[in-house]
Design a protein around this ligand. Sequence first.
Ligand code: SF4
Length: 362
Amino acid sequence: MINSKKDTKPNLESNYDEMRARLLHWYDSEGRTLPWRIRPEDRAAGKNADPYAIWLSEIMLQQTTVAHGTPYWHKFLNEFPTVTDLANAERETVLSLWAGLGYYARARNLHKCAVIIRDDYNGQFPNSEAELLKLPGIGAYTAATMAAICFDEATNIVDGNVERVISRIFTIEEPLPKGRKDIRKMAGALASPQRTGDYGQALMDLGAMICTPRSPNCSKCVWQDYCSAFAAKTQLEYPKKAPKKSLPIRYGVVFIAIRGEAVLLETRPDNGLLGGMLGLPGTDWAEGGFPTDPMNHAPFKGDWQAVNGEVRHVFTHFDLRLAVYRAVFDEKDISIGHNGLWADSSQRKGLPTVFKKALKAI
Ligand code: SF4
């Protein structure tokens, strides 16, 4: 559903060339400098985008800010200078370096994808959007971005920043997530067939720097003349969003077994939440209240004491409440099973945030 109000909406199609030219001109002087980015002046000096570096940045920044993700990008490139180095690393090492970025399925897919690139593609990323899309962890946005930036393919790059700009320019009335179809259509029609990577990055920069969610700086915007939302003074109404459903609450129990400086950790099953990561032993996380039989889930018998209060953590799809029990052990030879590890403080550094919160509670 694209707004067709004749009074506020200019006939944009005849202006697409001018809009692209203005945006690229702005990007050439005002676009962001990012460690993985090849700016126009870099390209003029003979540098090319490194698909591995671009891929790492795109996967890392999917759910976090540039400021938070950038140190991780440096850390990964220092530790694994090539995609083959990343493939050759132990998955546990990759997961522990990823700790703090969240969404651990992405780290597992990162490693899986690196192994495929090493084994099936001779250590080189494929050079088309269609081939990139076949790889684990590479979705529509990442494939389009990599193909445009690294291989100059004319693709349609749409991230959250682009969604905001396009929905305002065209006053797209259909709320997200359904409205993404209209947004993609208009973004695709407007996308530049030349300098495709620069254009995509310019549009993302416009969203990140000028057309921001709460205070768009329209007086500095090179597309102000074409913007329906600006003309109607309704910028902040876009993108329209369907009302949020409140998150369900899940409950669980974790056990903190202490032996000297060490704490018992277990490797979580691969196929669940935080799969393959180290975590504290405990119950499943389910709706309907705290488990009524927590001691049946303790890793072994002991003087388990409930810790006051509960630990709270928000995941994408649910809110978690954790009850925490602790006990101190002297025995040297408690059977901890093949998944268990008495972890010292350095081994606990890579724990997911939810378990760090539980450890803090004691
Ligand atoms: S004029 Fe304002 S609302 Fe419209 S695209 Fe530019 S910054 Fe965004």
